[in-house]
Design a protein around this ligand. Structure first.
Ligand code: ZN
Length: 651
């Protein structure tokens, strides 16, 4: 048996438990989720549900559907038919990544043993030279040639790399990481600089995995390979048989630096932008930067729903044309919401501007969360903004399903949800940034001092947030509080949507109960002072119920209103509102929060008045994320405005 060679850098980058990265790559550094213990009633139950219910559910689905058997078949240990899709390997990897996150939150020896055994099964399917792709090994197909027609060999490898890094960082175990590195080395030899220059990944993802390998090993060749694969896009032409194989759908019709808008398959595109952002941060080469800004602006100014959903078209799971934002047929894949959150976080880590966190928050609380049922065992793949309660929009059903033949979304949620605490705080120099508001207890190495930061809040139901700052010793430092765009009269950056009213100052800030001086920096209210044990900061964000209308170019929402409160978008369901389709709203009416205990997780809905043929009727709204929990049900986010009912046409 070969002895494992341990490069010196590994000791530096191995981050068991709660430690912050020593390597300065992004200018803003996240405070890892392992440093932040959620203690709230909104996210903590979901993280617990994810680890306790969703993770075992997905493990079982991977087992029952034959995804784990694929590895045994490839290793010659079992004879059975393979599953339908080449990318099914990735669900197993994403599940391992989710398990790593859950183990980081709570070390569970039974789970760890199960994952260790699963890793043995995975690694046994790897070929001698590092090739790991169950469908390829089992069928003997030609390597890499299928990337353009949907083999997903490199997509699987990307998720293998991400899972391997996550599992290594939590457990210190290297078996899966060694396998991932072996695959990466093979990929470098097969498709690296100067090799096989007609092949690019068919579904971007491996670039992200390679960059994670670079960050954990310090070996530049992985970053170099990621960059080579990005730069190779759009440099060759090839014949294709089906529209979904077209280079446009793959963002491979032109070099990435010549891409001017978000187009093609949304998840592929967003994973590509994530990798490009990583390259800018890690290589200090800013040549992708103008592309990223251009595309981000293109999305927020013409291709995003009020829920933060993106990728409006079910044809090719793709971005639509500018302002093509239909409601009932909106695709808005849950994976696209996850990717949009992850990309916006990278853009924040690069630039330190609140606008990226505003988009992240809107997507997180609305389009992303809608994909995940409160019981942790049912999922939406698309996330439309209207449903007639009958059309089976969710891959054959009109309610959430416990699994899909193409199961990317459930396994993506299981790796994302447990990492939520990592989006709350970030650091740069002597400044601690508070990006999300959620009750938690964090221990943070801030400005060279160990500081316990506690956040008490009932966000998103109430906007009162109290932060207690407990430094080990007195410390002069800055605290930057994100004042959300919704509290500054902007429902989302980009001017696609606007509030129907103008509110005055919607926040107040105090330290130790005294109003405090602060300065504005990139959307943050920054307080610089000497912090002492027990200092507390009160941020009060007013959360009135507000109505939103879309800009004139969004034809699907023309003459319509939607309801919002804080970061939450609301919808109406037929169960609460008979003959939902015929209801209108008035911009003058007042809506009030209404406590609802008839859901698995309690929530605050809204109650007020709607109109049917100009007759007032009682109206109840619930947060958009909560729709579809009571069976197939008609739902709407946008309602015709009362006065415009005659002219607005059918929505
Ligand atoms: Zn998906």
């Amino acid at each position: 048996m070969k002895k494992f060679f341990l490069p010196a850098l590994w000791v530096l980058f191995y981050l068991p438990g709660c430690k912050q990265s020593q390597s300065c790559d992004y200018p803003y550094q996240e405070v890892p989720f392992t440093c932040v213990t959620l203690k709230d009633n909104f996210w903590m139950p979901r993280v617990e549900t994810c680890c306790r219910i969703t993770l075992p559910h997905i493990f079982e689905q991977c087992r029952q559907t034959g995804r784990i058997d694929n590895f045994l078949i490839a290793a010659g240990k079992k004879t059975a038919p393979l599953t339908s899709f080449g990318f099914d390997d990735s669900d197993v990897y994403k599940m391992i990544e989710g398990a790593a996150r859950c183990l980081a939150l709570s070390r569970d020896t039974v789970l760890e043993r199960a994952i260790d055994s699963l890793i043995d099964v995975v690694v046994a399917a790897q070929e001698e030279d590092g090739y790991l792709y169950t469908h390829g090994r089992a069928t003997g197909m030609k390597r890499w040639k299928g990337e353009r027609t949907g083999s997903h060999e490199t997509y699987n490898l990307g998720h293998l790399m991400e899972a391997a890094v996550a599992y290594y960082q939590v457990t210190g175990k290297r078996k899966l990481l060694n396998a991932a590195l072996k695959s990466a080395d093979l990929l470098y030899t097969a498709l690296g600089p100067g090799k096989a220059d007609t092949i690019v990944p068919g579904h971007q993802e491996v670039e992200i995995g390679l960059i994670k390998l670079y960050r954990v090993t310090g070996q530049k060749k992985y970053l170099e390979l990621a960059r080579c694969l990005l730069d190779r896009r759009g440099t060759s032409s090839y014949a294709y048989a089906h529209e979904w194989e077209s280079p446009v759908n793959h963002q491979d019709d032109r070099p990435v630096r010549q891409q001017y808008e978000a187009y093609g398959h949304a998840v592929r595109a967003l994973y590509m932008y994530m990798a490009m952002t990583d390259v800018v941060a890690l290589s200090k080469d800013t040549s992708y930067l103008s592309v990223l800004h251009r595309i981000w602006n293109n999305i927020v100014s013409s291709k995003v729903y009020i829920t933060g959903g993106t990728g409006s078209s079910s044809a090719g799971e793709a971005f639509g044309a500018p302002y093509e934002l239909p409601n009932a047929t909106a695709y808005n894949e849950t994976c696209a919401a996850i990717a949009f959150v992850m990309w916006n976080y990278r853009m924040f880590l690069l630039h330190g501007e609140t606008k990226y966190m505003d988009v992240l928050e809107q997507t997180l609380y609305n389009s992303l969360l809608a994909g995940y049922a409160m019981n942790g065992k049912a999922f939406f793949y698309p996330n439309p903004l209207a449903s007639d309660g009958v059309t089976p929009f969710n891959h054959g059903d009109c309610k959430r399903q416990s699994w899909f033949t193409c199961a990317c979304c459930p396994s993506n949620l299981v790796r994302f949800i447990p990492s939520l605490g990592g989006y709350v705080y970030a650091l740069r120099g002597d400044t601690l940034f508070v990006n999300l508001y959620a009750g938690n207890h964090a221990v943070i190495e801030w400005n060279g001092v160990s500081v316990t930061v506690s956040q008490v809040t009932e966000y998103p139901w109430r906007g009162n947030i109290q932060l207690t700052i407990d430094p080990a010793t007195e410390m002069k430092a800055s605290l930057a509080l994100r004042i959300p765009g919704w509290a500054m009269n902007h429902p989302l950056p980009g001017n696609l949507y606007r509030y129907t009213d103008k509110a005055d100052t919607l926040f107040n800030l105090a330290v130790n109960s005294l109003n405090t001086a602060y300065r504005w920096e990139r959307g943050y209210a920054v307080i610089t002072r000497k912090w002492n044990k027990g200092d507390f900061v009160d941020l009060v964000l007013q959360m009135p119920v507000r109505k939103i209308e879309a800009g004139e170019k969004v034809k699907a929402d023309s003459g319509c209103l939607c309801l919002s409160r804080g970061p939450l978008v609301y919808c109406g369901e037929e169960t609460d509102n008979p003959q939902l389709a015929s209801l209108c709203l008035s911009r003058e009416d007042i809506f009030v929060p209404e406590y609802r205990s008839d859901f698995l997780l309690p929530l605050w809905g809204l109650s007020g008045t709607a109109y049917r043929r100009n007759r007032a009727v009682p109206f109840r709204a619930i947060p958009y994320y909560a729709w579809g929990h009571r069976g197939c049900n008609a739902m709407k986010v946008w309602f015709n405005e009362k006065e415009n009912r005659e002219t607005a046409g059918k929505k």
